[in-house]
Design a protein around this ligand. Structure first.
Ligand SMILES: [Fe+2]
Length: 407
């Protein structure tokens, strides 16, 4: 009786935890004829601003180092958490410019934050496109952080490549998550998108600190981050901590939103919110953009051969909208594997749910082009007429790629 009780408790905690280890190395090979160019995503940004080492917080009041939100070709928002909001500000200068601007930080109050820590936001405006800006965070004690840099989005007319990193279901701070993090320093991207389930297991503020900012903080101080919420984020107060720690565009209450990065229009949806409402909003949003490239990302997959499988209600709601507006790519997570779907009415669908929380076996369906249960991320390079997607595992091996035409 005792033994079976213990077994039951272990089984329940394992299912709730959902945090098993996975395969870090792919054993299969898809199309590897288009290998990604390798290089650091942050070295040039740091070198431009004299940031030669990870930020040393030391005795600083800063409890969550600065991170980039809502970066556009003309604006950016910096967030950080401090125990001393008095006089909080950002000092900003364009690369090589000896003059600097000082932008005050404002406190966002919310219930989940502990009493002695303040969530700060600083809105940076009148920026130039495709430009490196150097910034430091200060307060009334003049305790500056190390100056470091970020790059603004390109002008919509720019024909320079747009490069992004995408992953989902990224874990609870385990070894797989850190193995994949190491590989995230080997490809050059302009922004990071996340397909949801960031903060295991329950999307609490503490879990965001430990499994998001504690893991990716050194990337997020240089690279803009645009996450979509997953079902684990909704375990706590219907996702309130997700919306507290991030500063996301649009007027949906930080649930679904869109933004442009050069020639690419990105849309993040929230698969814990009503599908019909979002499909109608998406129809209008896509009708209003002139961007030649359109990418939609969300958590639950419209097509999947993984353990959760296809969300057919979501597919029925979205697929006609994606086809009508020529969306080239939809990225999802939720199933802890990689799966590339055969194009459906011109749209490529990819499941990227192997960000570090573990893997689960994935089958094959009539719509499957390639599938593998492996810890991985997807790296996209978007040119004028074609996009190349690369799937890279946690050992750094590229195990699949696909070339997606613009039309
Ligand atoms: Fe999920």
């Amino acid at each position: 009786m005792v033994r079976s009780t213990v077994f039951l408790v272990l089984a329940i905690s394992a299912a709730a935890c959902d945090n098993t280890s996975g395969n870090v190395a792919s054993t299969k090979t898809g199309d590897t004829t288009h290998p990604a160019e390798r290089g650091s995503p942050i070295d040039d940004l740091r070198a431009a601003c004299g940031d030669g080492a990870p930020t040393v917080l030391g005795a600083s009041a800063i409890k969550r180092q600065a991170y980039l939100q809502q970066v556009t070709s003309a604006t950016a928002t910096l967030g950080w958490v401090t125990t001393n909001p008095t006089g909080a500000r950002v000092r900003l200068s364009a690369q090589g410019d000896t003059s600097s601007a000082t932008v005050p930080g404002t406190v966002e109050d919310y219930a989940m934050r502990t009493a002695d820590e303040s969530q700060m936001w600083s809105a940076l405006e009148s920026l130039k496109p495709s430009t490196i800006y150097c910034y430091e965070v200060a307060d009334d004690s003049e305790a500056m952080t190390v100056a470091t840099g970020f790059r603004t989005a390109p002008d919509p007319a720019s024909t320079a490549p747009v490069r992004f990193l995408a992953f989902g279901d990224s874990g609870g701070g385990g070894t797989d998550q850190y193995a994949l993090l190491e590989q995230m320093y080997t490809v050059k991207y302009d922004l990071i998108i996340h397909t949801g389930d960031l903060a295991y297991d329950d999307g609490t503020i503490g879990q965001f600190e430990d499994t998001v900012f504690g893991v990716y903080g050194e990337l997020l101080k240089n690279i803009p981050f645009f996450p979509a919420a997953g079902n684990h984020e909704y375990h706590t107060l219907n996702g309130a901590p997700f919306r507290d720690v991030f500063n996301l565009p649009g007027d949906s209450g930080e649930k679904w939103y869109s933004y442009d990065w050069g020639r690419v229009h990105f849309v993040a949806l929230d698969t814990e919110a009503d599908y019909a409402t979002q499909a109608a909003w998406l129809d209008g949003d896509l009708a209003a953009t002139a961007a030649p490239w359109k990418i939609v990302y969300l958590h639950k997959p419209p097509y999947s051969s993984g353990s959760h499988g296809s969300d057919s209600a979501l597919r029925n709601a979205l697929a006609p909208v994606l086809a009508r507006h020529g969306v080239q790519l939809l990225l999802a997570g939720h199933d802890h594997n990689y799966e590339r779907i055969l194009p459906q009415n011109g749209t490529y669908y990819v499941v990227t749910g192997g960000g570090g929380v573990g893997t689960r076996s994935v089958g094959m369906s009539s719509f499957t082009a390639f599938a593998e249960d492996v810890i991985h991320f997807v790296y996209g390079e978007i040119g004028v007429d074609e996009m190349v997607l690369h799937a890279i595992d946690a050992t750094g091996r590229e195990f699949d790629s696909v070339v997606i035409p613009r039309s």
